[in-house]
Design a protein around this ligand. Sequence first.
Ligand SMILES: Nc1ncnc2c1ncn2[C@@H]1O[C@H](COP(=O)(O)OP(=O)(O)OP(=O)(O)O)[C@@H](O)[C@H]1O
Ligand SMILES: [Mg+2]
Length: 639
Amino acid sequence: MQNGSIVCSVSLEEVSGTGSIIKKTQHKNVTLTLGRDEFKELQLFLDLPKKVMHMCIREVVVHKKFMKDGKATIRLPDQRLQLLISNCPPDKLAVFLKTLQTKLEVLREKGFVSQRQRMLSEEPRAFTEISPLTIKDLQLAQTANRGRNEANTLSTTLSSGGVKRKFVPSEGQENLPAESAANKTTISKKQKVCNNISPSKIIVQPVKLNKEQMSVLEAVLRGRNIFFTGSAGTGKSFLLKRIIGALPPHHTYITASTGVAACHIGGTTLHAFAGIGSGKGDLTQCVELASRQQVAQHWRRCHHLIIDEISMVDGDYFEKLEAVARNVRKSDQPFGGIQLIVSGDFLQLPPVAKGSNKARFCFQTSAWHKCIQTTLELKEVHRQSDSHFIKVLQSVRLGLCPSYVTETLMKTSRNKVECNGLLATQLCTHKEDVESINQHKLKGLEGASRTFAATDSEMVYKQSLDKLCPASSTIELKCGAQVLLCKNLDVQRGLVNGARGIVTGFEPGVEGLPIVKFACGLHETIKLARWTFRMGGGLMVTRKQIPLKLAWAISIHKSQGMTLDCVEISLSKVFECGQAYVALSRAKSLEGLRVVGFTGDCVRANTDVLRFYTKLQLIQNSVEPREVKAKHENTVKFW
Ligand SMILES: Nc1ncnc2c1ncn2[C@@H]1O[C@H](COP(=O)(O)OP(=O)(O)OP(=O)(O)O)[C@@H](O)[C@H]1O
Ligand SMILES: [Mg+2]
């Protein structure tokens, strides 16, 4: 499938001159192709079961507010048609629409063939799929647009009929790969109408998957049930976001073991998706719960299930889910035929223990070995760039504490970690410590406080929202409070999830929104943000709240998955394998890290996990070429 084609659902609407809908037909799983006719003009080709439609494109209005959800509308006013696209992989949709808009802009600049020329032509009808978008196309569209703005200015003063511009193409014609067009370019929200496209506003972001990550993406697109692992900061969650963009939204469910981790990838918890409560009931009870109409509907619709931070998923629960999936979907295939895309690092935090019993890891279940066909490992660390620090972290991950690890980490206790006047975030092993540090620091500040209460769309889901949503139901703030942004507000400007700042004041008026000075230098009024979650029954539930959290301290469990600029860690009360590693690996650099209470005892790795990972390593060492069939027909691949 090229950049000029998408597979999606289309609702085709014929509209009257006044805009009302005359006829509407729905088509699932159809191919929409962008191409050129015999005159090199743009055509949309819709391959329907009973007929094929060719739509000439000269005028187009594109609505892409919900592109992230795989939805967009293409209006063809001159043909009184509109196509409501849904269930399209968001990245593919982005490339498709961008190609359409840019190619049309270029064509408009060259000029269309007249109706007379068309009628007199003896060319046979033709349709060829559009060539990929090139840098040259983007430049042409940019120049055309700039020229049009100039022409508009001229025509108002000189009343000239039209101004023809010359374009001098740059050297070479570089193809933009699908991936880059989809993910490297973002277009200003206001660019909805093709006529108004302004490529000068296109921001090129250098976010490219590396070779390891590409291999994972390819395996996913080949339909493999995959587990990909790798140490902290190797870009597992980053890659998941790209995988999500490449899969059809209707059939893809995004989950993680915890609410915070789920929020990083725009999903929900695995528990909320599964709808079987804690999963402690017997199989019959769990199947009954999952067979409730709305829950079962999701189980049946799910073709691809994404699970991040798998290390914290209880093995018994995973095994139960596998059986439930087969039952509800009435399929004997592993996990009822759902493609599993599982990510995480078992050397980070384990599942929460049940009383005195240690919980099993997922890989210790038969369901795991039945389902997972491919295991891949990401090795390149992106979060840290200092090779010595990376080496220290790798040792801690494996539960090793040679003298250079102790020396390096002990030395950080002398660091005065502060960024732009902000104190370091304190990572604590225990929730109670977090709460008491934050409240103590807040009380210590002078001046009146303001409390912001969340508005939940369904009050009965308050408890679930408290677990899922990074913003709490109430937050008390004061001038001088140290806070952390818990939502991406403007990635380009650095207002990202995890960005830290200090409250410097409140807007006047009833709402009294907080004003925050961020470590990156920005000074912003923080408006209410909205989070929407899909509950087990399929109900969409929303919380509106100020996207801030007190950030003098956070728990290590909540920090799993985060990247932090400056962090202070107290390791004297470590109680879990992987806990010290999770905490330490949040830091981007040794300079931004201060460790107190460090002893060799803090460094602990689970022996079962080590054995599991060692088995994979042994395979790596003994096998050439680098892909092998392992036990249970699983493919294990290393780089
Ligand atoms: N290919 C890449 N190029 C550049 N930066 C990348 C790439 N992949 C990931 N990153 C960056 O590396 C950082 C860590 O990525 P991410 O949080 O996805 O790691 P992770 O493996 O999920 O870590 P953890 O195990 O702690 O959850 C992020 O800032 C991310 O943007
Ligand atoms: Mg992650």
